[in-house]
Ligand binder design. Structure first.
Ligand code: EPU
Length: 348
């Protein structure tokens, strides 16, 4: 047992991709499982709430910051093992895992390139893009239990994975993810499933080609962190793609056709989401509700390249961002009767 290196009043905005929000009253870097446990024990003794911060790419920090202890995950061991197995500490930058896998000719993560953030966050929201989800290749998730401070190794079946969802997300105070084991496919073929990607690569494309194509597509949508991109300060998709009943989707298509928002049903992006459910494209709904790409409200706005990303242009506040998000939700609900749900986590 050690004494945790607790810091006070640490600004959180620089640790997030949105660059917004106030300080953590207490803050501690966790470089090992031991230092994580010391920090959790300290917070329990002090009766303080704890929030876990990874790469800061999917989090919104309120303007008044966080009154408890923020633990910044910095466990960074990374091993590429025989048979396509990868062991990565929660604090490993996600791209290091993807790049190492593609470099070795291991298939399973090539479409998940260019996503900012840390590895420990990937099981929490079951990160997915361009036809892949991390849940497909996760072998085990190592966690610390918040109640007993013991460690457990969870199988994917224990993780309750769904679209941008997991049991970790549903019960955020139960576990802290400390490491993730992946099982990839050595010499496997790349996943070329997503329509937009299919149009962007030639047949016989390698893992390297697919990774490059995905990076290119993401860059066009300002979904790769680029210091020169005016849309760079965002948390990726701000809303989930809504999943509705087939009946609701049908009504929405009818309404879009009646209102002249689409010239044929195929203009309304929809994807089967299992059991008579349909996934709609939130970016499309936002644009058709009258909020064009590039719309601004002071220091915040919609990305000029993707209506689903809200961006901060500098000098803004979280209050402004959340007010704009509320306005967007209202427009979409008034227009289509569909409620959008926020995707990034609010640190509260
Ligand atoms: N669309 C628009 N306007 C826009 C953006 C999109 O009409 O401004 C339409 C597109 O024409 C397309 C459909 O919406 O028909 C889907 O768009 P896109 O392929 O860009 O993907 P998305 O559904 O908007 C999701 C993920 C992204 C992921 C991409 C690619 C969610 C919430 N978002 O976005 O993930 O990169 O697919 O697979 O599921 C993230 O979660 O932060 C994220 C970036």
């Amino acid at each position: 047992m050690g004494t945790p290196d607790i810091q006070r009043d640490v600004p959180l905005a620089p640790l997030t991709t949105l660059g917004l929000g106030g300080p953590a009253k207490y803050f501690v870097p966790a470089k090992s499982e031991g230092s994580l446990i010391d920090a959790l024990r300290w917070a329990a003794d002090e009766h303080l709430p704890v929030a876990i911060l990874g790469g800061g790419s999917n989090i919104i920090v309120p303007d008044d910051g966080y009154g408890g202890l923020v633990v910044h995950m910095q466990i960074r061991d990374l091993a590429f093992l025989e048979g396509g197995r990868i062991h990565a500490g929660a604090g490993v930058p996600w791209e290091d895992v993807v790049e190492g896998a593609v470099f070795r000719g291991w298939a399973g993560l090539e479409c998940l390139t260019g996503i900012p953030g840390s590895t420990g966050a990937t099981p929490i929201q079951n990160v997915g893009a361009y036809g892949q989800e991390v849940a497909e290749v996760i072998q085990r998730v190592r966690v610390a239990r918040r109640d007993t401070l013991d460690f457990e190794e969870l199988d994917p079946t224990d993780c309750g994975f769904g679209y941008r969802d997991s049991s970790f997300k549903r019960e955020p105070d139960r576990f802290v993810v400390t490491a993730v084991d992946f099982l990839l496919r050595p010499d496997g073929a790349p996943t070329i499933r997503y329509a937009e990607l299919t149009n962007h690569v030639t047949s016989g494309a390698t893992l390297v080609d697919v990774r490059r194509a995905v990076l290119d597509l993401r860059r066009r949508k300002s979904m790769v962190l680029d210091p020169d991109d005016p849309n760079r300060r965002s948390a990726g998709s701000f809303f989930l793609n809504p999943i509705v009943s087939a009946e609701q989707a049908y009504e929405l298509v009818e309404r879009a056709l009646d209102d002249g928002l689409a010239s044929s049903a195929s203009d309304v992006p929809r994807h089967p989401a299992g059991e008579g459910r349909v996934k709609l494209a939130a970016g499309w709904l936002i644009e058709k509700a009258g909020i064009a790409k590039g719309t601004r409200r002071g220091a915040v706005g919609v990305s000029t390249n993707h209506a689903l990303a809200l961006v901060h242009h500098g000098g803004g506040t979280t209050t402004e961002l959340l007010a704009f998000a509320t306005e967007i939700r209202r427009c979409v609900e008034d227009r289509f009767g569909v409620r959008l749900e926020r995707e990034p986590r609010l640190l509260a």
